[in-house]
Design a protein around this ligand. Structure first.
Ligand code: PEP
Ligand code: MN
Length: 344
Protein backbone atom coordinates (compact mmCIF):
# COMPACT_ATOMS: atom_id res chain seq x y z
CA UNK A 1 0.00 0.00 0.00
CA UNK A 2 1.21 3.44 -0.91
CA UNK A 3 -0.22 6.71 0.31
CA UNK A 4 0.60 9.36 -2.29
CA UNK A 5 0.58 12.89 -0.87
CA UNK A 6 -0.28 16.04 -2.84
CA UNK A 7 2.73 17.92 -4.16
CA UNK A 8 1.70 20.76 -1.84
CA UNK A 9 1.17 18.60 1.27
CA UNK A 10 2.77 20.05 4.39
CA UNK A 11 5.22 18.26 6.69
CA UNK A 12 2.51 18.26 9.34
CA UNK A 13 -0.01 16.55 7.04
CA UNK A 14 2.59 13.89 6.19
CA UNK A 15 3.31 13.39 9.89
CA UNK A 16 -0.40 12.99 10.67
CA UNK A 17 -0.72 10.19 8.10
CA UNK A 18 2.46 8.52 9.41
CA UNK A 19 1.11 8.60 13.00
CA UNK A 20 -2.23 7.15 11.90
CA UNK A 21 -0.51 4.25 10.11
CA UNK A 22 1.72 3.54 13.09
CA UNK A 23 -1.24 3.58 15.49
CA UNK A 24 -2.65 0.71 13.44
CA UNK A 25 0.48 -1.32 14.18
CA UNK A 26 1.90 -0.90 10.67
CA UNK A 27 5.14 0.71 9.60
CA UNK A 28 5.17 3.96 7.62
CA UNK A 29 8.07 4.82 5.31
CA UNK A 30 7.97 8.38 3.96
CA UNK A 31 9.62 8.39 0.53
CA UNK A 32 10.36 11.94 -0.61
CA UNK A 33 10.45 12.22 -4.40
CA UNK A 34 11.20 14.99 -6.89
CA UNK A 35 7.52 15.85 -7.31
CA UNK A 36 5.73 14.43 -4.31
CA UNK A 37 6.15 12.43 -1.12
CA UNK A 38 4.71 8.96 -0.93
CA UNK A 39 4.35 6.95 2.26
CA UNK A 40 4.99 3.25 1.91
CA UNK A 41 2.97 1.12 4.32
CA UNK A 42 4.45 -2.22 5.35
CA UNK A 43 3.54 -4.83 7.90
CA UNK A 44 2.08 -8.27 7.85
CA UNK A 45 -1.48 -6.93 7.83
CA UNK A 46 -2.87 -4.73 5.10
CA UNK A 47 -4.39 -1.36 5.86
CA UNK A 48 -8.01 -2.28 6.43
CA UNK A 49 -9.53 1.12 5.86
CA UNK A 50 -7.68 2.75 2.92
CA UNK A 51 -10.61 5.08 2.35
CA UNK A 52 -10.12 6.64 5.79
CA UNK A 53 -6.55 7.59 4.90
CA UNK A 54 -7.64 8.84 1.51
CA UNK A 55 -9.72 11.51 3.28
CA UNK A 56 -6.84 12.87 5.35
CA UNK A 57 -5.82 16.41 4.39
CA UNK A 58 -2.94 16.46 1.89
CA UNK A 59 -3.53 12.91 0.64
CA UNK A 60 -3.85 12.59 -3.15
CA UNK A 61 -4.57 8.87 -3.44
CA UNK A 62 -4.00 5.49 -1.86
CA UNK A 63 -2.74 2.84 -4.25
CA UNK A 64 -2.18 -0.88 -3.89
CA UNK A 65 1.36 -1.78 -4.95
CA UNK A 66 0.93 -4.72 -7.26
CA UNK A 67 4.47 -6.10 -6.95
CA UNK A 68 5.53 -8.29 -4.00
CA UNK A 69 8.24 -5.75 -3.23
CA UNK A 70 6.96 -2.35 -2.19
CA UNK A 71 9.56 0.21 -1.12
CA UNK A 72 11.98 -0.94 -3.81
CA UNK A 73 9.48 -0.46 -6.64
CA UNK A 74 9.19 2.39 -9.11
CA UNK A 75 5.55 2.63 -8.16
CA UNK A 76 6.65 3.81 -4.72
CA UNK A 77 9.21 6.26 -6.12
CA UNK A 78 9.16 7.17 -9.81
CA UNK A 79 12.47 9.06 -9.78
CA UNK A 80 15.89 7.40 -9.43
CA UNK A 81 17.36 7.09 -5.96
CA UNK A 82 20.77 8.64 -5.51
CA UNK A 83 22.78 7.10 -2.67
CA UNK A 84 25.66 9.04 -1.16
CA UNK A 85 28.62 6.84 -0.27
CA UNK A 86 30.93 8.96 1.83
CA UNK A 87 30.03 12.00 -0.29
CA UNK A 88 30.13 10.25 -3.70
CA UNK A 89 26.72 10.09 -5.40
CA UNK A 90 25.72 6.70 -6.81
CA UNK A 91 22.71 6.51 -9.10
CA UNK A 92 22.64 10.06 -10.44
CA UNK A 93 23.65 11.19 -13.91
CA UNK A 94 27.31 10.48 -13.16
CA UNK A 95 28.53 6.90 -13.41
CA UNK A 96 31.13 5.62 -10.97
CA UNK A 97 34.02 3.19 -10.97
CA UNK A 98 34.75 1.27 -7.78
CA UNK A 99 38.21 -0.28 -7.75
CA UNK A 100 40.39 -2.25 -5.40
CA UNK A 101 41.71 -5.68 -4.57
CA UNK A 102 39.58 -8.71 -3.83
CA UNK A 103 41.09 -8.88 -0.35
CA UNK A 104 43.03 -6.55 1.91
CA UNK A 105 46.35 -8.37 2.30
CA UNK A 106 48.61 -5.77 3.92
CA UNK A 107 48.93 -2.03 4.41
CA UNK A 108 51.49 -1.80 1.61
CA UNK A 109 49.40 -3.75 -0.89
CA UNK A 110 46.27 -1.73 -0.07
CA UNK A 111 48.05 1.65 -0.24
CA UNK A 112 49.72 0.84 -3.56
CA UNK A 113 46.41 -0.14 -5.16
CA UNK A 114 44.44 2.74 -3.61
CA UNK A 115 46.96 5.24 -4.91
CA UNK A 116 46.45 3.86 -8.43
CA UNK A 117 42.65 3.90 -8.11
CA UNK A 118 42.68 7.54 -7.04
CA UNK A 119 45.18 8.61 -9.71
CA UNK A 120 43.12 6.89 -12.40
CA UNK A 121 39.88 8.65 -11.47
CA UNK A 122 38.11 5.92 -9.47
CA UNK A 123 35.61 7.30 -6.96
CA UNK A 124 35.29 4.48 -4.41
CA UNK A 125 37.70 1.88 -3.04
CA UNK A 126 36.79 -1.76 -2.43
CA UNK A 127 38.60 -4.60 -0.65
CA UNK A 128 37.49 -7.43 1.59
CA UNK A 129 38.60 -7.78 5.19
CA UNK A 130 36.17 -10.68 5.64
CA UNK A 131 36.27 -13.12 2.75
CA UNK A 132 33.57 -15.74 2.27
CA UNK A 133 35.67 -18.48 0.64
CA UNK A 134 34.52 -21.73 -0.89
CA UNK A 135 37.27 -23.63 0.95
CA UNK A 136 37.86 -23.25 4.70
CA UNK A 137 41.59 -23.56 3.95
CA UNK A 138 41.68 -20.48 1.69
CA UNK A 139 42.65 -17.02 3.00
CA UNK A 140 39.72 -15.78 5.07
CA UNK A 141 40.69 -12.11 5.28
CA UNK A 142 42.47 -10.04 7.93
CA UNK A 143 39.31 -9.21 9.87
CA UNK A 144 39.29 -6.03 11.98
CA UNK A 145 42.97 -5.18 11.26
CA UNK A 146 41.96 -5.24 7.59
CA UNK A 147 39.20 -2.72 8.30
CA UNK A 148 41.75 -0.51 10.06
CA UNK A 149 43.94 -0.61 6.96
CA UNK A 150 40.98 0.29 4.74
CA UNK A 151 39.96 3.21 6.95
CA UNK A 152 43.51 4.54 7.05
CA UNK A 153 44.06 4.24 3.31
CA UNK A 154 40.61 5.63 2.49
CA UNK A 155 41.43 8.63 4.61
CA UNK A 156 44.83 9.12 3.05
CA UNK A 157 43.51 9.12 -0.53
CA UNK A 158 40.01 10.52 0.09
CA UNK A 159 38.44 7.35 -1.22
CA UNK A 160 35.24 6.20 0.49
CA UNK A 161 35.38 2.48 1.34
CA UNK A 162 33.06 -0.36 0.32
CA UNK A 163 33.72 -3.63 2.15
CA UNK A 164 31.88 -6.84 2.87
CA UNK A 165 30.22 -7.96 6.09
CA UNK A 166 29.58 -11.68 6.46
CA UNK A 167 27.80 -11.91 9.81
CA UNK A 168 26.35 -9.73 12.59
CA UNK A 169 29.66 -9.08 14.27
CA UNK A 170 31.50 -8.02 11.12
CA UNK A 171 28.49 -5.94 10.10
CA UNK A 172 28.76 -3.81 13.27
CA UNK A 173 32.47 -3.27 12.59
CA UNK A 174 32.04 -2.53 8.88
CA UNK A 175 29.33 -0.02 9.83
CA UNK A 176 31.87 1.76 12.04
CA UNK A 177 34.96 1.66 9.83
CA UNK A 178 33.66 1.85 6.25
CA UNK A 179 31.38 4.04 4.12
CA UNK A 180 29.31 1.27 2.54
CA UNK A 181 28.42 -2.23 3.73
CA UNK A 182 28.68 -4.90 1.05
CA UNK A 183 26.44 -7.95 1.35
CA UNK A 184 27.93 -10.59 -0.91
CA UNK A 185 26.30 -13.00 -3.31
CA UNK A 186 26.49 -15.84 -0.79
CA UNK A 187 24.57 -13.85 1.78
CA UNK A 188 21.95 -12.29 -0.47
CA UNK A 189 19.28 -14.40 1.19
CA UNK A 190 20.69 -14.35 4.70
CA UNK A 191 17.55 -12.63 5.92
CA UNK A 192 18.78 -12.05 9.48
CA UNK A 193 21.86 -10.30 8.10
CA UNK A 194 19.74 -8.25 5.69
CA UNK A 195 17.60 -7.07 8.61
CA UNK A 196 20.72 -6.06 10.56
CA UNK A 197 21.94 -4.15 7.50
CA UNK A 198 18.56 -2.46 7.45
CA UNK A 199 19.26 -1.11 10.93
CA UNK A 200 22.81 0.02 10.11
CA UNK A 201 23.74 3.65 9.52
CA UNK A 202 25.73 3.19 6.33
CA UNK A 203 24.47 2.50 2.80
CA UNK A 204 24.37 -1.11 1.63
CA UNK A 205 25.73 -2.60 -1.60
CA UNK A 206 23.69 -5.75 -2.19
CA UNK A 207 25.10 -8.27 -4.64
CA UNK A 208 22.89 -10.63 -6.58
CA UNK A 209 23.00 -14.24 -5.38
CA UNK A 210 24.58 -16.77 -7.73
CA UNK A 211 21.25 -18.17 -8.79
CA UNK A 212 18.87 -15.44 -7.68
CA UNK A 213 16.10 -14.16 -9.89
CA UNK A 214 15.50 -10.46 -10.32
CA UNK A 215 12.49 -10.71 -8.01
CA UNK A 216 14.52 -12.44 -5.29
CA UNK A 217 17.18 -9.73 -5.52
CA UNK A 218 14.58 -6.99 -5.19
CA UNK A 219 12.90 -8.76 -2.26
CA UNK A 220 16.27 -8.94 -0.50
CA UNK A 221 16.66 -5.19 -1.01
CA UNK A 222 13.14 -4.84 0.39
CA UNK A 223 14.29 -6.60 3.60
CA UNK A 224 16.92 -3.90 4.10
CA UNK A 225 14.58 -1.02 3.28
CA UNK A 226 11.72 -2.38 5.37
CA UNK A 227 13.95 -1.96 8.43
CA UNK A 228 14.48 1.71 7.62
CA UNK A 229 17.73 1.82 5.64
CA UNK A 230 16.71 3.28 2.27
CA UNK A 231 20.25 3.63 0.93
CA UNK A 232 20.59 0.44 -1.06
CA UNK A 233 22.70 -0.08 -4.18
CA UNK A 234 22.18 -3.27 -6.20
CA UNK A 235 24.99 -5.13 -7.96
CA UNK A 236 24.88 -7.68 -10.79
CA UNK A 237 27.88 -10.03 -10.47
CA UNK A 238 26.97 -12.92 -12.71
CA UNK A 239 24.88 -16.01 -12.17
CA UNK A 240 25.69 -19.66 -12.54
CA UNK A 241 24.78 -21.26 -15.87
CA UNK A 242 25.99 -24.17 -17.98
CA UNK A 243 28.44 -21.86 -19.76
CA UNK A 244 31.94 -22.61 -18.61
CA UNK A 245 34.02 -20.20 -20.66
CA UNK A 246 33.61 -17.70 -17.84
CA UNK A 247 33.39 -18.12 -14.05
CA UNK A 248 29.79 -16.88 -14.03
CA UNK A 249 27.48 -15.57 -16.72
CA UNK A 250 27.20 -11.81 -16.41
CA UNK A 251 23.51 -11.12 -16.88
CA UNK A 252 23.58 -7.61 -18.28
CA UNK A 253 19.96 -7.74 -19.36
CA UNK A 254 19.03 -7.51 -15.70
CA UNK A 255 20.16 -3.87 -15.68
CA UNK A 256 17.41 -2.42 -17.90
CA UNK A 257 14.95 -4.85 -16.30
CA UNK A 258 15.78 -3.49 -12.84
CA UNK A 259 15.66 0.09 -14.09
CA UNK A 260 12.06 -0.49 -15.13
CA UNK A 261 10.99 -2.09 -11.89
CA UNK A 262 13.01 -0.23 -9.29
CA UNK A 263 14.35 3.23 -8.49
CA UNK A 264 17.51 1.85 -6.85
CA UNK A 265 20.95 2.32 -8.40
CA UNK A 266 22.62 -0.72 -9.94
CA UNK A 267 26.30 -1.44 -10.44
CA UNK A 268 27.87 -4.26 -12.47
CA UNK A 269 30.82 -6.38 -11.31
CA UNK A 270 32.49 -7.83 -14.42
CA UNK A 271 35.38 -9.18 -12.32
CA UNK A 272 33.37 -11.85 -10.50
CA UNK A 273 30.95 -11.89 -13.43
CA UNK A 274 33.58 -13.28 -15.80
CA UNK A 275 36.45 -14.40 -13.55
CA UNK A 276 38.87 -13.55 -16.37
CA UNK A 277 41.08 -10.50 -16.57
CA UNK A 278 40.79 -10.17 -20.35
CA UNK A 279 37.01 -9.92 -20.21
CA UNK A 280 36.77 -7.19 -17.58
CA UNK A 281 37.24 -4.22 -19.92
CA UNK A 282 34.81 -5.33 -22.66
CA UNK A 283 32.12 -6.24 -20.15
CA UNK A 284 32.63 -2.93 -18.31
CA UNK A 285 32.00 -1.07 -21.57
CA UNK A 286 28.87 -3.12 -22.10
CA UNK A 287 27.67 -2.56 -18.53
CA UNK A 288 27.76 1.21 -18.93
CA UNK A 289 26.19 0.97 -22.40
CA UNK A 290 23.27 -1.00 -20.99
CA UNK A 291 22.55 1.61 -18.32
CA UNK A 292 24.46 0.58 -15.19
CA UNK A 293 25.26 3.35 -12.72
CA UNK A 294 28.83 2.15 -12.47
CA UNK A 295 31.16 -0.82 -12.32
CA UNK A 296 33.01 -2.60 -9.54
CA UNK A 297 36.45 -3.81 -10.55
CA UNK A 298 39.10 -5.94 -8.86
CA UNK A 299 42.59 -4.49 -9.28
CA UNK A 300 45.95 -5.82 -8.10
CA UNK A 301 49.48 -4.60 -8.84
CA UNK A 302 50.81 -8.18 -8.52
CA UNK A 303 47.89 -10.41 -9.46
CA UNK A 304 50.06 -13.52 -9.60
CA UNK A 305 50.74 -13.07 -5.87
CA UNK A 306 47.16 -12.15 -4.87
CA UNK A 307 45.73 -14.17 -1.99
CA UNK A 308 42.37 -14.40 -3.74
CA UNK A 309 40.92 -13.91 -7.22
CA UNK A 310 44.25 -13.12 -8.92
CA UNK A 311 43.10 -14.40 -12.36
CA UNK A 312 40.37 -11.77 -12.59
CA UNK A 313 42.33 -8.82 -11.17
CA UNK A 314 43.38 -6.23 -13.71
CA UNK A 315 46.59 -4.21 -13.42
CA UNK A 316 46.53 -0.54 -12.37
CA UNK A 317 47.39 0.58 -15.95
CA UNK A 318 44.43 -1.35 -17.31
CA UNK A 319 42.21 0.21 -14.66
CA UNK A 320 43.20 3.67 -15.85
CA UNK A 321 42.18 2.82 -19.39
CA UNK A 322 38.94 1.31 -18.13
CA UNK A 323 38.01 4.55 -16.35
CA UNK A 324 38.70 6.52 -19.55
CA UNK A 325 36.54 4.21 -21.65
CA UNK A 326 33.72 4.18 -19.09
CA UNK A 327 33.72 7.97 -19.22
CA UNK A 328 33.64 8.01 -23.04
CA UNK A 329 30.70 5.57 -23.17
CA UNK A 330 28.84 7.47 -20.46
CA UNK A 331 29.14 10.62 -22.56
CA UNK A 332 27.57 8.93 -25.57
CA UNK A 333 24.56 8.27 -23.33
CA UNK A 334 24.37 11.85 -22.05
CA UNK A 335 25.91 10.85 -18.74
CA UNK A 336 29.19 11.83 -17.14
CA UNK A 337 31.87 10.26 -14.99
CA UNK A 338 31.07 11.23 -11.42
CA UNK A 339 33.90 13.39 -10.06
CA UNK A 340 36.05 11.81 -7.35
CA UNK A 341 36.27 13.57 -3.98
CA UNK A 342 38.80 16.37 -3.97
CA UNK A 343 41.81 15.82 -1.72
CA UNK A 344 41.40 17.62 1.57
C1 PEP B 1 33.51 -9.60 -3.57
O1 PEP B 1 33.04 -8.64 -4.20
O2 PEP B 1 34.55 -9.51 -2.91
C2 PEP B 1 32.83 -10.90 -3.59
C3 PEP B 1 33.17 -11.89 -2.76
O3 PEP B 1 31.87 -10.98 -4.53
P1 PEP B 1 30.58 -11.93 -4.64
O4 PEP B 1 29.88 -11.86 -3.32
O5 PEP B 1 29.82 -11.29 -5.76
O6 PEP B 1 31.09 -13.29 -4.98
MN1 MN C 1 36.94 -11.38 -5.34
Amino acid sequence: MLVVMDAAATAEQIETVVRHIERLGLRAHPIPGAHRTAIGVTGSQALKDPLVVENFPGVKEVIQVTQPYKLVSREAKPDNTVVSVGGVDVGGNGVIVVGGPCAVESLDQTRTIAEAIKRSGGQLFRGGAYKPRTSPYSFQGLGEPGLEILARVGDEFDLPIVTEAIDHQSLQLVDQYADCIQIGARNMQNFALLKSAGRARKPVLLKRGMSATLEELLLSAEYIMSEGNYNVILCERGVRTFSDHTRNTLDLSVVPAIKRKSHLPILVDPSHGTGKRNKVLPMSRAAIAVGADGVLIEVHHKPEEALSDGPQAILPEAFEQLVREVEAIAQVLGRTLQPALAAR
